[in-house]
Design a protein around this ligand. Structure first.
Ligand code: SF4
Length: 356
């Protein structure tokens, strides 16, 4: 049973039964919601903000995780988003986002005397190390990512020479690439890209260069893979088709956008939406929709998803919870190790500064 199914099993069923409401069933994806990296980033940021207790500003170079509600909550506790290191005074606390930061900037911040707390997800770090190893071996890197997302900057910023890499997006035509001759090519991807998009990329790059190094999974993280796979599973039930898809997640969450894209491919753009809260729902969307699918991005806390489930339940919609790969006990409460030394240093600094 999924963790959300357990929460709903314990609640008495007392729907308001507002009618007419066409949605008879809400099918909830088996794998959804917060991943290990997001849990770690949120818990560390909360810990630091609680410890500082509003006595001074705490800076972040980006949203620690790409979720509007999380960002608003942290802003209320004194978190200020400031990406430019030049605007951060020495001795300030600067939290660096889960999706990575250019290591040269991290070094510069430390030299400036900024207390850095780097909550970069270890799966992003792993891709950077693979990119650096490829450079050390004299390989040329093709890195595929989303334009203006912090992760490509964090990965490519880790290279000694950017000319050892070619950055591509999902709109790049592989045939337009000018790649170095007689140099081994290595391909890596942003962790949150589309798994099917990567499969297509593999085919086109192979036709370009049969010797290209394409190890599996080429950077896509477990959370992206599981959430997309779970959604494809939901759409593959042809006997019980889904009429409309709701993705709980923020507009700037690439992971959530990719989930919506899957819905758009099956249902068209009018029938797949991205929402943060039930307040974003327009009941008019569901005209003629009996079965609605629901999932949530890796940067969405369960409580935000539960609010949407409650909205449907209050209208008398039956909730069906699918089972996913992460229902396996190995994933229970999965989180990654926090940057303990950096957190302790920040706490010591606060203790000394505000000692009476
Ligand atoms: S989506 Fe993947 S890479 Fe990003 S924080 Fe979560 S586990 Fe890490």
């Amino acid at each position: 049973m999924s963790r959300l199914a357990e929460r709903f099993q314990q609640r008495p069923l007392a729907p308001e039964k507002l009618s007419p409401f066409p949605v008879e069933e809400l099918v909830v994806a088996g794998d959804l919601g917060p991943c290990g990296g997001v849990r770690m980033a949120i818990s560390v940021t909360k810990d630091i903000l609680d410890y500082v207790g509003g006595r001074e500003k705490v800076y972040a170079n980006n949203q620690p995780v790409h979720n509007r509600l999380v960002t608003e909550t942290f802003a209320g506790q004194g978190l200020v988003i400031e990406p430019d290191i030049n605007n951060i005074p020495a001795n300030s606390i600067w939290i660096l986002s889960a999706h990575g930061t250019d290591p040269h900037i991290v070094e510069k911040a430390k030299e400036k005397g900024i207390h850095v707390v780097n909550v970069e997800c270890p799966l992003v770090t792993k891709v950077r190390r693979e990119a650096q190893r490829a450079e050390e071996r004299g390989e040329h890197l093709i890195y595929r990512g989303a334009q203006n997302h912090p992760e490509p900057k964090a990965i490519l910023g880790g290279l000694n020479d950017i000319n050892h890499a070619t950055f591509i997006t999902d709109t790049t035509d592989p045939n337009s690439l000018t790649l170095p001759k007689n140099v081994p090519i290595r391909v890596l991807n942003q962790t949150t890209l589309s798994i099917r998009g990567v499969a297509e990329e593999i085919d086109s790059l192979r036709s370009l260069n049969p010797d290209i190094d394409l190890p599996n999974p080429m950077g896509i993280c477990y959370a992206t893979d599981n959430r997309q796979d779970s959604l494809y599973g939901m759409f593959s039930d042809l006997e019980n088709p889904i009429d409309f898809l709701i993705v709980v997640g923020s507009q700037n969450s690439h992971n959530s956008q990719e989930l919506r894209n899957i819905g758009v491919n099956f249902l068209g753009p009018q029938n797949a939406v991205l929402i943060d809260t039930p307040l974003d729902i327009d009941a008019g969307w569901f005209k003629g929709a009996k079965r609605v699918g629901l999932t949530s991005g890796a940067s969405v806390l369960d409580e935000y998803t539960v609010n949407v489930l409650e909205w449907f339940r209050a209208k008398g919609t039956k909730l069906t919870f699918l089972v996913g790969r992460e229902n396996d006990q190995r994933y229970d409460g999965l989180t990654f190790a926090a940057p303990k030394t950096e957190i302790e240093k920040v706490k010591r600094y606060i203790d000394l500064k505000y000692a009476v």
